[in-house]
Design a binder for this molecule. Sequence first.
Ligand SMILES: *Cc1c(COP(=O)(O)O)cnc(C)c1O
Length: 391
Amino acid sequence: MEFNYRCSTCRAVYDIAPQLTVCPVCSQHQQKDQPLTGVLEVELHGPLTMPFAAVDMLPVEPVYFPPIPVGNTPLWEPENLRRSSGFQHLFIKDDGSNPTASFKDRASFLVSAAATKFNIPDIALASTGNAGSSMAGIGAAAGQRITLFLPKSAPRAKLVQALQYGATVHRVNGNYDMAYDISLEFSKIKGGMNRNTAYNPLTIEGKKTVSLELFKQLGRAPDILFVAVGDGCILAGVYKGFRDLQQLDLIPSIPRIIGVQAETSNALFRAFTTGKFEKQPASTVADSICVDVPRNGIHALAQVKRFNGEMMTVSDNEIIEAQTSLAGSTGLFAEPAGAAAFAGFLKAAPGLDPDAVIVVLSTGNGLKDSASAALGIEVPETLIDSVEDII
Ligand SMILES: *Cc1c(COP(=O)(O)O)cnc(C)c1O
């Protein structure tokens, strides 16, 4: 297989090179507080040798892969939920089981591999928490130096996790959007690779592997897939995987993908409705999908429109309730952003075909943010001294 970059805006073709991030031409029209213009996509060419292996569809050779087992996450068949919801072909893809406990490992893995290939020992990025702890963990395995910019509100567990992995962490006196801008300035001055989501095209490309795995695990593409959306990079990655499978004649069509946002962090949902991105301050209990400016908004939205996808929102209460009901009925404890996709499924369920093959993407482990998780339960305050106290 051969690979190149193609600009998702002007369609120009470029060789894959480490210093290339967004399209040099289109990014000159980048406006402040708007999603990235000129996001680059990896394009693949040539026939696939059978039997089909996902690694053959990636633009970095396996010899450069970091020594840490990312992906190949389990696809759950939640019996209780299937019975209670009436959806007999409901699946949950548990990406919280990745090495650093979130979906972000798929992107970090490919970025790390490219950095190794091009002999770049330093990687910098901004993150709400998961991308940072992910890059830190995978960088630790690969022997790379990671510099991370985190918003001041990032959950403690994610901060601690990144520090455990040995990353240099700068806490930004502001939100994720501020961290994003500072990290880009840092990379311009310091060089090295920047892993900011969507800005580095390999983040989207790495995320496509979830679709390739789903195809392998199901023996087909799902009919419907629910995915939580912040910057829109997972959403675009999921589409990219299915588009590659379709290009190679492995699936007949692109599944219906439903992007789920928090009501109070819904920039992509609003743009889906109005056609325009307007910055509005976001805040939600699901910190991983809390973004003012969805960096991959333009690119992701174009795919949702082209392939008849949908955007929907769920309230913070619905997210908290979904988190508890998912944990209590399946044994899968997801962080709020991960549970948001499930909340979307619960809300949309009355309008869905009960025979459809439905996948809910659970993107992060619940232990990542125990403060938010505590909102949906009651922690016992009374201490007992003996068994008589409770029987
Ligand atoms: C990053 C993240 C998302 C959203 O991904 P985007 O690419 O920002 O849309 C969803 N869930 C979790 C747990 C995440 O870490």
